[in-house]
Structures are given as C-alpha cells and as structure tokens.
Design a protein around this ligand. Structure first.
Ligand code: ADP
Length: 591
C-alpha cells in the first residue's frame, strides 16, 4: 500500500494504546480507498470538475500521483472521459459533484453508452436518508435512479469496505462485452468513513481479465466465410467497433487477403489508410446499393447507414430481403436483425472473430470479380478528380472546400496527429475531404451526430496520446465547449483549433423571418473574433482569410505545439442546412 494511504488511528479514549507493545493500528478512509481501488486497476487519469463533496477527492487523487484534469463544465469532462475510453480500452473516468454537476455529466454518460465507449461517471451525492425522504438536502437528487436508463450499469456504494467491489463492478461493466457508460454513485458520507487500513487494502479488487475475449463458434465463422465466398459483389463496412478493438493488423490482413472493397465509417477511417486501393469511400453511393454481400465489422445498421434500407441501398425494403445478404461481426448477440435480416451473424470480439475468419479463409481466397472492383475503381477515379478540381479552386472568401484542402495536406504530413471534428457542414466536408492514414486518429460526433464533443475530445486526445491535436470545428459546434480553451491553455496542450467560421448555424446569412429587429435564431455575431478567446488565456490566436494564411498558421501551431485557435473566415452563404442530413430535417431550406 502507498504511504499516503494510511494514517495512524486516533488514540483510543481509554488510553489502551499505551499498554500494548504493538504499533498503533493504521486507518484509511473512503477517499483513499476510492483512489487506491482506481490505481490498483491501472486508472491514473481523471477528468472532472471539483466541488462539494468531491473536492478533497480530487486534491488527494493529485497528491497520490493521479493526473487530474479539471474542466470548466462537467459535460466536457465527460466527453473527454468517454473518448479516453475509446482510445485506451480502459474506462475513462469523469468525476463530478452532486445533482447539477451529475446532470451535466450525464449527457456524456449517455453518449458513451450510445457509442459503446467504456466510461465511468463518478458523482458525489447527498445523504440517502434525506434524499429518500425528500427532506431537501443540499443538491438533493436520486442520482442512481436518474442515471440508470442511460447507463449500461449503475452502482452505489454506502460503506467504505464495499468501495473495492463497487469500483471493480463498474470497471467490468464498462469494458466487458459491448462497452458502455457506467454510473458510480458515492454519497458524501462515504468519503470520511474510516476503517482499518489493512482490512481496507484487503477489500480492494484488482480486476482480472476485465474484457474477456469472446471466441466465435466455428460454425458461425464458416457460415460467414461461405457467404463471402458466394459473393459476386462483396463489400466490407468497418465501424468504430473495429477501430476500438485494436486488431488493426488482422483487420488489414482480412481486407487485403480477400481483396474485398471496404467502406470505413467515420471513426474507422485510417484503420487502413484512406488512400488504400480497396477503399471505396469515394464510390459510397455506388457500392451500397450494388453490393450483393455486405459484411459489417463493428458497425451498426443504424441511421448512419440508412438502417440498411431505402434509397441508399437501392430502394431495399423488407420485401427485397435476400437481394443483399449480410454478415455482421459484433460482440453483441442482440445486434443482428436489428434492421434487416442478418444471414451470418458472427458474435465475438472483433480480434477473435477476424483471426478466426483469417484461419478459415486460408491463403487462397478467390478475389472478387474484376468487373465489380473495376466498376468501383472507375467511380472512384471520377469522384476523386471532381474533388481535386473543387479543392484547387481559390474563392474569396474561402469555401469549406478550399480551407479543408489545406487541412487535408497538413493532416497528410502529420499522420500521427489526432483529428477532432464536429459541426454540420464542417463535419461532412472534413470527413470526405481529409484522408486519415492511421487507426484511431479521427474522433468525431459519433452515433448521435452531436455537437459539443469538441474541446473535451481535444483535451483527452492530447492527454492520452501526447500527439498534436487538430480540431476542425464549425463555429456553432465550437460554441458548446469553447470555454475549455482555458483548460487547453492551463495544461499547455498541443491543440490547434480551426474554426470554419461562416457566422452561423449552417450558414450566416439568414434574416429574421418575421422582419423584426432580433437576428435570426440561426446566426451569430458577424465576424466574431474567436481567436481572441485563446489569446485571453495565453494561447495563440490567428485570424485567417486565405488558404495560404491558414496553412502558415497551422504549420506554426504544429511546430510550436502551443495552444492555437485559428479563426478561418468562410463564405457565410457557404453551408447547407443540416449538412448532409437535410433529409432528416423536413422543413430544411434547400440552398
Ligand atoms: P459506427 O458508428 O462506426 O458504424 P457503431 O457504433 O454503430 O459504429 O457500431 C459499433 C459496434 O461495434 C457496436 O455494435 C458494438 O457492439 C461493436 N463493438 C464494440 N467493440 C467491439 C469489440 N471489441 N468486438 C466486437 N464488436 C465490438
């Protein structure tokens, strides 16, 4: 046990301590046991915001050698924890105060559960006796009940001797099977509870095999491989589950050995380099409706894939099932058939599933027919040429594309850099323009397509990887977490934020529909100088209007590794309502 973990017990009132020859008993307390339990399980970084009743916990975590990254708003700390979980396969920890702090963290907990990221939200809470009788405690709230519907699991610890079990259960629940968000409720009264130090140490649990491998059954592997072998127009879709699994070499081997074209979902970009000849991203709208056998690897057939139906899939309906046949590799046995019939579900962890498929396939898998791969190559070439033409244009003011042409070059030159991306148009354009070369370098809005992950992700990406972080942000998206520029400066993180600033949500030229004096609800202060926010905290702010200026500013940010905010002025008429998901917004104005 660590030296900080023990303190001498107060001398008993009877003076009994003077009689015996043995040393005084050592005591520990709830604060220390939480710290020891986390450290014992290799958790050394916390994202949070201190206050009653966890202020001392944060202090003592730091005193005990943990890295405590303190934010300005719990939601951003929570997003940081969630993506730290994705990047490390260890639960990211978010620490908050009770009621309002807990609720602020809850959005991120729900986000973690939805995205299958392992995270633990640890919140202090008020006294159970008072909360349950609703007697009006400070920040009274039944947090456990509120967390349950959005968490994969939720636990509360009432006694110091149960802290070890509580932390162990939270870790297991977060990382095993399909990862997710876990809530751990620690009432204020728990922290000062004292107990014998040796008994406390003995009560802690070092979790053994927290995320056990799940080996797929052989007949399921064979069924999947047989279906792939039967295909004339096969397609692999890689999702962020595949990126999470860290089975990069085997996934690449599977793709290359089968020769099957693949589409990466946005956070799976870079699992194989986006420039790989089998990458079909630039022919997405061609391959989805045309493919006859589709293998999903760690990707769900949710709205991001149009639920496997409709126009994207060539007008597929329940009646046309069988025209397209599916293999789904996933750790969750309940995922198959969620939207369309899955003929070959392959349940297990992706590492084990892909390894088993490679074994079953052997060295000689017949490559897909060349009329299929050739047709894809043709589409790709056409679309890549079209894109190159657009990127080469140099309009004034800048367009999304002319600015992102620069980001694309910079990311290509810095393949280890982490790319954080959020917005509507800023998201859609970046995803299609900026190639990723390495796995888990692109982190973005995820399954919900939410705004607000930006600065929390930047902080965690820098803390976890130590790499340069580049954030491409819509001006609207940045607003959700912009105050964390102070956090970025305070910890001196190598984060370069590029705001593609078109003065509004979607675009900045909308007028008040009623003709009144108020601005339209969709526009912001014109020509806002966001870069001054970074300057206010000692970072670097740059205002740029041309691709050349943007390039110079990004290069300097990366060279210096100083916190930098580049306010890149974009044509305010240059956005589409709801970006590429206009179809989900029935009243969207077409540009
Ligand atoms: P995307 O948004 O990139 O399409 P999703 O979040 O929809 O990806 O899907 C990720 C899928 O990956 C989930 O269904 C989840 O159960 C699965 N998954 C996550 N981790 C693993 C793993 N280690 N092994 C197998 N499947 C996993």
């Amino acid at each position: 046990m660590n030296d900080h973990a023990v303190k001498p017990a107060p001398a008993p009132a009877t003076g009994a301590a003077h009689h015996g020859a043995s040393a005084p008993a050592q005591e520990t307390d709830g604060f220390q046991l939480v710290i020891d339990a986390l450290k014992l399980n290799g958790i050394d970084t916390i994202y949070g915001l201190p206050g009653i009743p966890i202020t001392d916990l944060a202090r003592r975590m730091q005193k005990n050698g943990m890295r405590v990254i303190s934010f300005r708003h719990e939601q951003n700390a929570g997003y940081a924890a969630s993506i730290a979980g994705f990047l490390t396969q260890k639960p990211g920890i978010c620490l908050t105060v009770s009621a309002p702090g807990f609720l602020n963290g809850l959005t991120a907990l729900a986000h973690a559960t939805t995205n299958c990221f392992p995270m633990i939200l640890i919140s202090g809470s008020s006294e159970r006796e008072v909360v349950d009788l609703q007697q009006g405690d400070y920040e009274e709230m039944d947090q456990l009940a509120i967390a349950k519907p959005v968490a994969k699991a939720a636990f509360r610890v009432l006694h110091a001797e149960d802290i070890g079990v509580g932390v162990a259960r939270a870790i297991r629940a977060a990382v095993s099977g399909r990862p997710g968000g876990v809530y751990l409720d620690l009432p204020a009264k728990l922290f000062p509870q004292a107990m014998d130090a040796a008994a406390g140490a003995a009560s802690l649990i070092k979790v053994v095999d927290a995320a056990p491998k799940q080996i797929p059954a052989h007949d399921a592997v064979k069924r999947a491989v047989d279906l792939l072998r039967s295909a004339k127009k096969p397609l692999i879709i890689l999702g962020k589950g595949a990126a999470y699994a860290q089975a990069d070499a085997d996934i690449r081997a599977l793709v290359e050995r089968t020769g099957i074209p693949y589409l990466p979902m946005s956070m799976a970009k870079g699992l194989l380099p986006d420039t790989h000849e089998q990458c079909a991203s630039a022919a997405r709208s061609f391959v989805l409706p045309e493919a006859d056998v589709v293998m999903l690897v760690g990707a769900r057939l949710n709205w991001l894939l149009s639920q496997g139906k409709g126009k994207t899939w060539g007008g597929a309906t329940a009646k046309s099932w069988g025209r397209q046949r599916f293999v789904q590799v996933d750790i969750s046995p309940q995922e198959a058939d969620s939207n369309v019939r899955i003929e070959a579900p392959l349940v297990g962890d992706i590492g084990s599933c892909v390894a088993a498929m490679l074994k079953e396939i052997g060295p000689d898998f017949a490559k897909p027919p060349s009329d299929w791969t050739g047709a894809i190559a043709e589409r790709k070439a056409k679309n890549v040429a079209k894109m190159a033409e657009t990127l080469a244009k140099n309009p004034s003011p800048m367009s999304f594309q002319s600015a992102l042409g620069v980001v694309r070059d910079i990311v290509k030159a810095n393949p280890d850099a982490m790319l954080v991306n959020e917005g509507a148009n800023a998201l859609d354009f970046t995803r299609s323009i900026v190639d990723m070369m390495k796995p888990r370098r692109r982190i973005d809005v995820g399954t919900w397509g939410i705004m607000g992950i930006g600065m929390g992700y930047c902080v965690a990406a820098a803390v976890v990887t130590g790499q340069q972080v580049i954030a491409v942000e819509g001006d609207s998206a940045f607003g959700f977490s912009g105050m964390e520029t102070e956090t970025i400066c305070r910890y001196g993180l190598p984060v370069c934020i590029v705001i593609l600033n078109n003065n509004g949500v979607y675009r900045g030229d909308e007028k008040n529909a009623g003709g009144g004096a108020d601005p339209s609800p969709l526009v912001f202060v014109k020509d806002a100088r966001y870069e001054k926010m970074m300057e206010a905290f000692g970072g670097v702010g740059v205002h740029v209007k041309t691709p050349d200026e943007l390039r110079r500013a990004m290069e300097e940010a990366i060279r210096s590794r100083r916190p930098t905010l580049i306010n890149a002025v974009i044509d305010e008429g240059g956005g589409t309502e709801s970006g590429r998901i206009t179809r989900l917004n029935p009243t969207a104005k077409k540009k």
